[in-house]
Design a protein around this ligand. Sequence first.
Ligand SMILES: C[S@@+](CC[C@H](N)C(=O)[O-])C[C@H]1O[C@@H](n2cnc3c(N)ncnc32)[C@H](O)[C@@H]1O
Length: 345
Amino acid sequence: MAGVCIGDWLGEATERLAVAGVDEPRLDAELLLSHHLGLTRVALVAHPDRLLAPAEIASLTALLARRAGREPLPYILGTREFFGLHFAVDPRVLIPRPETELLVERALLLVSRRQPSQPLRIADVGTGSGCIAVALATHLPNANIYATDVSAGALAVAQKNAATHGVESRVRFLLGDLLSPLPQPMHLIVANLPYVARQEWDMLSSEVGYYEPRPALDGGPDGLDLVRRLLAQAPAYLLPGGALLLEIGAGQGEAVKESAFAAFGGGATRAGMPIGSQPQLYRPPSPQPSPLRGEGVRAPQPSPRRGEGRVRGEPTLPVGRSWKYPSVMLFADLAGHARIVQVST
Ligand SMILES: C[S@@+](CC[C@H](N)C(=O)[O-])C[C@H]1O[C@@H](n2cnc3c(N)ncnc32)[C@H](O)[C@@H]1O
């Protein structure tokens, strides 16, 4: 490709990525090029005749080969946007997914309705890149966040992300299993734990199954090993009136409800909102930057039917049939009773 210009390179790279089966080959080629040259995509389009230096071509060829080998683009670029913030990512962490922004939105909405007498304490369990913890810390200046993970590598990435966004003094990273490293009970626990069922493993795209860390995805035989254990631990780690927000997978709602009720007790079930009452549907979050502090939290919108309105960009969690979006999230309000709200179907 010596002596080629931007336009030529983009054309050839797009073709190569298309042949490799990449979903959006032109977009990925542009993103690789703009990232490497430090130019916006608009600048690429505006200057298609700009010649590439031999050294640039050599580096770009290597990057292109990685993408053509189906390595996820965020690992190649080393960054991923989540909730309007840029997060460093590498193969030690799951690439943050757009749908997990919904968890952050729900948490902010929930917190905005509460006026705790003391600074909020929030736990993010299985923090990975730290995307949830850092996004919450950025939007909640009075909150102290405790972020746990069993992966020391993930915690190193998360720590770096907290520092990049200037919240490292309010996010404590704790190595250990689920809630056990927490020093005290929390007002709010949020978690996006591994929830892929083992038998679904073969349905994952090669980009997910091969490149992303298995311990970040594998939830055991039915996907709920960690979620069940978390639910069992949660009552002891929540302050009175505390709340728990979980991201779980499509079709896991009923099983998780059962575990939640078992964990929080039958009395809680009677006092709470009946299971199955008015499921509320939500749209997967848009890839637009999320609301900034002071602008309030976006009200959740009705969802398109599953399979419609797919979020553009990096394929989301398992791309097999039933895995495009986590279909159910549970919210348990423990103000003396448990309330379970099914927020998506
Ligand atoms: C699905 S990833 C989510 C990462 C991040 N919270 C996000 O939403 O992008 C799950 C994370 O849970 C961590 N994890 C797995 N088992 C765990 C356990 N027993 N205790 C704490 N974290 C765990 C994994 O290392 C991984 O970082």
